[in-house]
Design a protein around this ligand. Structure first.
Ligand code: ARG
Length: 228
């Protein structure tokens, strides 16, 4: 029994994400959603014998959409927080990472969060980075709907810095020679999220995750997508 698996087995697993956060998720030139989270969820779905269907939307609306029952799963490089755990159920974590500060390549004024006092800090609306930036004394926080828009603003000199999950910062630096990493900040765990009542789905996802961790498949996907 359980609240969700019967329906998911019949109709498929509806996955939502905000595809602006490579290497977790982005869109390719044919507008397909691709990335580590996509490969991981497809592999989990295969283990579970269900079919996953991805839809993109703004990060800030992901939890409201899930809670409203418009999706079964969030896969979005989503950080586990106590506040979020009041409205969604998290699977076991699939990684631990720190955050990084990203600045223009020719900016030599920033080596840590303290240096962001008096500077503009770009983040994505509704993220843990948006909260972290607001805790930096004197920082002037700018919220963007998409992290990719914040990166555009940094590259064009409209903002001084960004805070992103370390794998994303490393991906930026690999692709964009005009930005660099300029300091580290605390991080945390990432997990998939389901509706609170979908305990059967969480149990199946956790079992499948353990399988992919045990057989090395998850590690192979990390090697494919992450610069390390
Ligand atoms: N890890 C951060 C959070 O959970 C940022 C996630 C942003 N993800 C995305 N797909 N844009 O708040």
């Amino acid at each position: 029994g359980g609240a969700c698996m019967d329906r998911i087995r019949a109709d498929g697993l509806r996955v939502i994400t905000s595809p602006d956060y490579p290497p977790y998720e982005s869109t390719d030139d044919q507008n397909n959603i691709v990335g580590f989270d996509v490969d991981m969820v497809n592999a989990l779905a295969e283990e579970m014998g269900v079919k996953a269907e991805f839809t993109g939307q703004g990060f800030d609306g992901l939890i409201p959409s899930l809670v409203a029952g418009r999706a079964d799963l969030i896969a979005a490089g989503l950080s586990v927080t106590p506040e979020r755990a009041e409205s969604v159920a998290f699977t076991d974590p699939y990684e631990e990472t720190i955050n990084v500060i990203v600045v223009a390549a020719d900016d030599n004024t920033v080596t840590s969060a303290e240096n962001l006092s008096g500077k503009t800090v770009g983040v994505q609306l509704g993220t843990v980075q948006a909260d972290m930036a607001r805790e930096i004394e004197g920082a002037d926080v700018r919220d963007f709907n998409l992290f990719s828009d914040a990166l555009g603003a940094l590259k064009s000199g409209q903002i001084d810095s960004m805070i992103v999950d370390a794998p994303v910062g490393e991906e930026y630096v690999k692709v964009h020679s005009d930005v660099k990493l300029a300091g580290e900040m605390d991080g945390g765990s990432k997990a998939l999220a389901t509706q609170l009542e979908c305990t059967d789905l969480v149990a199946e996802l956790n079992a499948a995750l353990a399988t992919l961790q045990g057989n090395g498949e998850l590690e192979a996907m990390r090697a494919k997508w992450f610069t390390e």
